[in-house]
Design a protein around this ligand. Structure first.
Ligand code: PLP
Length: 372
């Protein structure tokens, strides 16, 4: 199979990641902070290594890294913690459903005002538009994706977070599409991500990384391994944001993934992924009847979408699948972005390459598309 769906999840995972998960199942079997002995210690040290690794990426302290099941859970928890009744929140039209749906549900419950600068603008939104909107009408919280999961376009998160800080708006940055590719230490108050995309960890693990001074109360309650004698859920991090048995095999896999990322270098992995993506984009530009949805900038993630005048995205997905090519066709869990891009009727074909996507893979894809 030619796998071109790395924006959904990276595959194959590095051998060391698979081996680390296997090691947990075969030799460890228990969680950190649940019991005593060498296996608990190994689990504890591994989990600490993941906290430290993510802290090094986001620039937040290691004890402010909490684990959750993915960016979806992390974003839901953080938005619930930061937004109270009547809060004003700002976001962008390029958000994943894990932001859009979480905000709409909270609006119903807490009567939020949701500002979406440049929604409906043909180009939008740009970093400029967000900064201008913040100056005009600061919000309590700005939640935004670092990169679009449909076009690969990247926001200048550093400039946006700087502007937000000046006007007193707290920032929540969704790095699901950039963690493992781009620097995440951009000054956001909270950084939320999943470990199974460009970080190359297993699915079922995400993180909330918070600035040391940011107060956020627990949003789910339960066992924490430590502070077990307390009747109430602890308010100290990271336990404040963690409850229940953790996904320790995924934590072992992610520890290995962080090591693998460090060995290869995120910028090298991104460049490698962009070589095949750029070849695909150049090939698509030569095809009549194809409209490409891509940022056209050098800072980007290895993701693009396209639509075809004569074929529905789903039809193209089926044709590709028949040729052993796994791309993603239809809608991509970002309903406002489809509106913005004019693809609300049928979605797009999304191509997302990874560091192992070869020149041969790109050629094979283009050959099928040329025959349409
Ligand atoms: C931009 C963005 N945010 C959030 C998510 C949700 O991630 P998960 O499904 O791992 O919770 C995704 C997943 O596709 C995404 O692309």
């Amino acid at each position: 199979m030619i796998y071109l769906d790395h924006a959904a999840t990276s595959w194959p995972k590095p051998d060391s990641v698979v081996a680390a998960c296997q090691h947990w199942f075969t030799h460890i079997g228990i969680s950190a902070e649940r019991g005593d002995g060498p296996r608990t210690r190994e689990a504890f040290e591994t989990v600490q290594r993941v906290r430290q690794g993510i802290a090094a990426m986001t620039g937040h302290p290691a004890d402010r890294i909490a684990f959750c099941s993915g960016a979806t859970e992390g974003l839901n928890l953080v938005l619930r913690a930061l937004l109270s009744n009547e809060s004003r929140v700002m976001t962008t039209p390029f958000e994943h459903s894990s932001v859009v749906r979480a905000l709409l549900a909270l609006r119903d419950q807490r009567n939020l005002t949701i500002d979406v600068p440049d929604r409906g603008a043909a180009h939008g939104p740009t970093t400029d538009a967000i900064c201008e909107a913040l100056h005009k009408q600061p919000a309590r919280v700005l939640v935004f994706t670092h990169a679009s999961n449909i076009t690969g376009g990247v926001f200048d998160a550093k400039r946006i977070c700087e502007t937000a800080r000046k006007v007193g708006t707290q920032t929540v940055l969704d790095v699901s599409q950039t963690a493992g590719y781009l620097p995440l230490d951009v000054g956001a108050d909270v950084v939320v991500g999943s470990c199974h995309k460009a970080m190359h960890g297993p699915p079922g693990l995400g993180f909330v990384s918070a600035h040391a001074d940011l107060a956020m109360l627990p949003q789910k309650y339960g066992g924490t391994g430590s502070s077990v004698a307390l009747e109430r859920h602890p308010t100290e991090w990271p336990q404040a944001f963690e409850a229940g048995t953790p996904n320790t095999p995924a934590l072992f896999g992610t520890a290995a993934a962080l090591h693998w990322l460090g060995e290869h270098g995120p910028d090298v992995l991104l460049d490698r992924s962009l070589v095949s993506l750029n070849k695909i984009e150049a090939g698509l530009r030569e095809l009549p009847k194809v409209r490409i949805l891509s940022p056209g900038t050098t800072t980007r993630t290895p993701v693009l979408s396209f639509v075809h005048d004569d074929y529905d995205p789903i039809e193209i997905g089926t044709i590709l699948s028949g040729q052993g090519i796994h791309a993603r066709a239809g809608f991509h869990c970002a309903p406002w972005a489809h509106e913005q891009l004019g693809t609300s009727a049928a979605g797009t074909v999304r191509i997302a390459t990874g560091p192992n996507t070869s020149d041969h893979d790109a050629t094979a894809l283009l050959q099928v598309l040329k025959r349409l």
